[in-house]
Design a protein around this ligand. Structure first.
Ligand SMILES: [Mn+2]
Length: 249
């Protein structure tokens, strides 16, 4: 199916948790004039501890480059896991533009601030070690989860259930993890006179009206496998590509 724009974030290429096969499957089914990669696309943090780079992850990179070559406008916004790319803001590699943030004017005229959003995460910003520690624990959880899904498949237990997603939801509630991530994002958008925001970072996809503004989060491709698509009339839709159609791994 063809869309006006596709927004994806938090792919975390270079890690074992990256759901590159599902992402390839999603990309096969979803074409767009504009593709936005909203941060944490390549996980340099995790790669400094050990690289997991599969052929499917290579194919993801090739497919994206191919789209750019064939005329899709591809924009990459660095996140905190690929902050090394922030040095290249304002340049492009291949036909991919690298920008810090972007104002996306939707087909209906609504203006969205597109950015990764880690600057609104008080944990990452002020307590980097907490974020790094949480990152290691999270990656461990994703690996345990891969085992569990394998076990569930082997035992033919249907449905998709994610330990990492479950634990993350619990942890988030308990610590109120990103205290007021959404709030501070929305505040920033309001002060700039925009209609909404499209961000990532917290691995929790959403399209929500907050005080007359639209809060959109792309989610991630480690755990939830979600993306945001813009239809040709400007309507934004959240696509879940993980739970609904499990791809053979
Ligand atoms: Mn991030």
């Amino acid at each position: 199916m063809k869309f006006r724009a596709i927004f994806i974030s938090d792919i975390h290429l270079g890690t074992r948790g990256c759901q590159s096969l599902r992402l390839l499957d999603f990309l096969r089914e979803h074409e767009a004039d504009q593709l936005f990669l909203v941060g944490d696309i390549i996980d340099f943090w995790a790669m400094s501890r050990g690289i997991h780079w599969s052929p499917a992850q290579n194919t993801v990179v090739q497919k994206v480059l191919r789209r750019a070559r064939h005329g899709a406008a591809v924009t990459l916004i660095p996140g905190n896991h690929d902050e090394a790319l922030r040095e290249h803001v304002g340049t492009s590699f291949g036909a991919i533009q690298i920008v810090e943030e972007h104002i996306h004017v939707a087909a209906d005229g609504r203006r969205y601030l597109v950015l990764h959003g880690d600057e609104f995460d008080q944990v990452t910003r002020h307590h980097r070690w907490v974020a790094v520690l949480g990152d290691i624990a999270y990656n461990l959880l994703v690996r345990v989860n891969a085992w569990l899904s394998w076990l569930r498949r082997t035992l033919r237990i249907s449905g998709y259930w994610s330990l990492a997603g479950y634990a993350k939801r619990r942890v988030k509630r308990a610590l109120s993890f990103i205290y007021d991530f959404e709030d501070s994002v929305i505040r920033a958008v309001r002060s700039r006179g925009l209609d909404g925001v499209i961000c990532g970072h917290i691995h929790s996809a959403a399209i929500r009206e907050v005080g007359g503004l639209t809060y959109i989060n792309c989610g991630d491709w480690v755990d939830s496998c979600t993306a945001i698509v813009e239809h040709f009339d400007g309507r934004m839709e959240l696509v879940e590509w993980g739970a609904a159609q499990p791809t053979a791994v």
